[in-house]
Each structure stands twice: as structure tokens, then as C-alpha cells.
Design a protein around this ligand. Sequence first.
Ligand code: MN
Length: 248
Amino acid sequence: MYDIIGDIHGCTYELSLLLEKMGYEWDTFDGTIIYKPPDGRKAVFVGDLVDRGYSSATAYCLVRDMVRAGFALLCRGNHDDKFMRWAKGNNVILNHGLDKTTEDAGRMGLSKEGILDFLKNTPMYLSLDDGKLIVAHAAWRNSLKDKSPFDKKCRTWCLYGPTTGKTLENGLPDRIDWAAERKETEPLIVYGHQPYKEPRYLNGTYAIDTGCVFGGHLTALRYPEMEIVQIKANRTYDNSKPDISDDI
Ligand code: MN
């Protein structure tokens, strides 16, 4: 069924190794070379394709082409959303690697119109397997079930997750561990955004961002088998987090 893949952040090399480890093979589609899944499977990306890493624009193109071919699904991450707002012409701050992402996109000849057109059509969550499986970037809650994945009301929870409204000493928002506070155990929610050293299962949620860009692992959760497949980062690409279990 689904191979759900955590935050990539431009780690294209590790993404290739992970897809190959799960049986994906190079193929051509519409004149483009892409990874084709084994029969009956589909890749599902939790978002944050870009920023922080070394080849964000390449990772973006690889996933975009898989989505267009029907080989993958993508829900939008906060970094993808910021990349989209840049493409739209909004005045966004080019930090956390967005400067390199946009430079590379320019060098590769990606048009802002094309980036905007693709990313604006990415949902803020995916409801799969008759609603038994939800994939969202940062968080989800059962009360969002009746909201469209394009409804702006999903935005804060799905892209950023809940915070206390306070700011930590390091200038980052104080996040709430919503999964620990979750009362329901269904549907299963698979998400990224918050890097942990190991994938974390808690109260019907599965956190699969294991901080590849910070020198951790790129993780996939195979559904419904609930098997974890991982690739160790080739190196640390972003040194801003000495401990990948820290909040980002
Ligand atoms: Mn992320």
C-alpha cells in the first residue's frame, strides 16, 4: 500500500537509497526519469522536501515528478509552504536554507509559476485507507475530519502544530506535544516536523522525522505492515541542532 517518508530537507542521496531499499526502480515517465514503486505500492511524503540540506531543488523535482506520474502523494510541509509563498512573490525571509533552495531552483530553470502551481495544489493533510490513515506534516486532530485538506483552518495545526504561544530562549516557538495529549487512538496519524532520534509511536500517532539533515536517519513507515525502513545520513548537513531530539 503506502511507503510514508519523513522530512527530506534536500537529502536527495538518502532519499534515493531509501526508495531503492524499498524496491523502487528507475523508470521513465513523460520523458523524465523517475522512481517507480513496486506493484501495489505508493510513496507518501509528509512534506518539508526543501531547505537546510544540500540539494533541495533536486529533491523537490524528484518528488514533484513522482506525484505527477501518480507514483506518490505529498502533503505540504511548512518549508514547502514558505517556498510556495516565495514563488508567489510574497516578502519571505530567506533563512534556514531557503536562500540556497531558491538559488538552486533558479539555476535549474524552475519557474516561480511552476513552483506555485504545483505546491498550491498540495493538501495540508491526506486521508487514506478509507480514513483509517491520516498523513500530515506537523499535527492533526480528529476535529479536522470534516474540514477540507485545503481549508485555511487546517493550516496552523497541519503545517506547524500547536504551540503555547510562548517563545523559547532560542527564539523558537514553544511546541505542545499534542500526540502525548491525544485522547483518541484512531485514525492512525503519521507525521514529521519534529525530529526524534527514533521513530515514535504514541496514542495512535507515528512520528517519522528522524532528522536526516541533522545527521540522523531518513525514515519510511510501510503501511499497513507498520515496518520501519531507514537510511543513515551520509553526513550532518545542518549543524544548527546539536541534538536531533531538540525542537526545531
Ligand atoms: Mn522539517
